[in-house]
Design a protein around this ligand. Structure first.
Ligand code: NAD
Ligand code: UFG
Length: 338
């Protein structure tokens, strides 16, 4: 299939381009590079031997999308483009709503005009309400989001669900990611957050390489096996393969479907620190710090539905996640910057 990948120069998008190419599909990328570098797509070419057609542009820009859908016979869209920093979304909420909702609505309008009615959307475990039992199933309660970013994902899901309800020709696949980590095993593509990382794994790897003095472990008094927060970390290559499965599902089924992309296993912050130290034979200095506001003790998926319906499951383990994160970080200490 010819797959329009919005936000395809980003962390998950670039890994998905590799997996799409390896599965025989043709990714066509639009990205405004607000949180990425076009060099990621050069690296995708180095890995796969295939150049990715790239349009630098904004998904909120109808004219830019018109051009792409006129020039390419798109079969399906994977919509990654979006702003994703939880803290930033609390200080500039309007920017988050404009970008994340605006891009989704403009994209769907232009798609419908061109008769393209298959979309896979990057949603998040953050749409689940904090008062659910674990593990989280697709039927678990959603809403009560704790920040504007989470609400944008919740609202985009609703918009897409309504589109699928109104027009039975649409196929909408909502993918709820748990905690993506790791990098392609080549060490050529990976995650390089701007500034101080918010997320655990980039903070661990930047501490290991000496860019950060020490990791702050946010809370050691949670009701978990060692008191630190437990999450469902998933290797980004497994996540990327989940998108290949999702476009096959969209090609064969109409209507709306929602899937968790997680492993079903939770690891604590200290489990991840120890696994990283062991896998890479390197120390990660840390201190115990106060809890981070808004954090849950535990969050992990029930991935049964993805396994049964998408025929997808995560294959990489915690050691792979830690080794591949470090391989990318140590080969590219400044990300895609020289
Ligand atoms: P990323 O920032 O690396 O990728 C997003 C890409 O979208 C970037 O390349 C950015 O430049 C681009 N972009 C943003 N707004 C755009 C616009 N209006 N027009 C064109 N391009 C635009 O982030 P990622 O980690 O690869 O995340 C991809 C998607 O997955 C996002 O929607 C994110 O919210 C979602 N998600 C990520 C995580 C995570 O922990 N990484 C978890 C759950 C969901
Ligand atoms: N943590 C630390 N120190 C840090 C960073 C994180 O102890 O410097 C802890 C957190 O308290 C939490 C765990 O590590 O217990 C994971 O935190 P992350 O920030 O890496 O991930 P979250 O689970 O908080 O959130 C991530 C994304 C969200 C997404 C969610 C579910 O940031 O956007 O996963 O997919 F919604």
């Amino acid at each position: 299939m010819n797959v329009l990948v919005t936000g395809g120069a980003g962390y998950i998008g670039s890994h998905t381009c590799v997996e799409l190419i390896e599965a025989g599909h043709t990714p066509i990328v639009i990205d405004n590079l607000c949180n990425s570098s076009a060099k990621s797509l050069d690296r995708v070419r180095e890995i796969t031997g295939t150049a990715v057609k790239f349009y630098e542009g904004d998904v909120c820009d109808e004219t830019a999308l018109e051009k792409i859908l006129s020039e390419n016979a798109i079969d399906c869209v994977i919509h990654f483009a979006g702003l994703k920093a939880v803290g930033e979304s609390c200080s500039i909420p309007l920017r988050y709503y404009e970008n994340n909702l605006g891009s989704t609505m403009t994209l769907c309008r232009v798609m419908a005009k061109h008769g393209v009615k298959k979309i896979v959307f990057s949603s998040s475990a953050t749409v689940y309400s904090g008062d659910n039992e674990m593990p989280l199933r697709e039927t678990s309660k959603t809403g009560n989001c704790t920040n504007p970013y989470g609400w944008t994902k919740y609202m985009c899901e609703q918009i897409l669900r309504d589109i699928a309800k109104a027009d039975p020709e649409w196929s909408v696949v909502l993918l709820r990611y748990f905690n993506p980590v790791g990098a392609h095993k080549s060490g050529k593509i990976g995650e390089h957050p701007n500034g101080i990382p918010n997320n655990l794994m980039p903070f661990i790897s930047q501490t290991a390489i000496g860019k950060r003095e020490k990791l702050s472990v946010f809370g050691d008094d949670y009701d978990t096996h060692d008191g630190t927060g437990v999450r469902d970390y998933i290797h980004v290559v497994d996540l990327a393969k989940g998108h290949v499965a999702a476009i096959s599902h969209a090609a064969k089924n109409k209507g709306e479907a929602v899937f968790n992309l997680g492993t079903g296993t939770g690891y604590s912050v200290l489990d991840m620190v120890k696994a990283f130290e062991t896998a890479n034979d390197i120390k990660v200095p840390y201190v115990i710090a106060p809890r981070r506001p808004g954090d849950l003790a535990t969050c992990y998926a029930d991935p049964t539905k993805s396994r049964e319906v998408l025929h997808w499951e995560a294959k990489h383990d915690q050691t792979d996640m830690c080794r591949d994160t470090w391989h990318w970080q140590s080969n590219n200490p400044n990300g895609y910057d020289e």
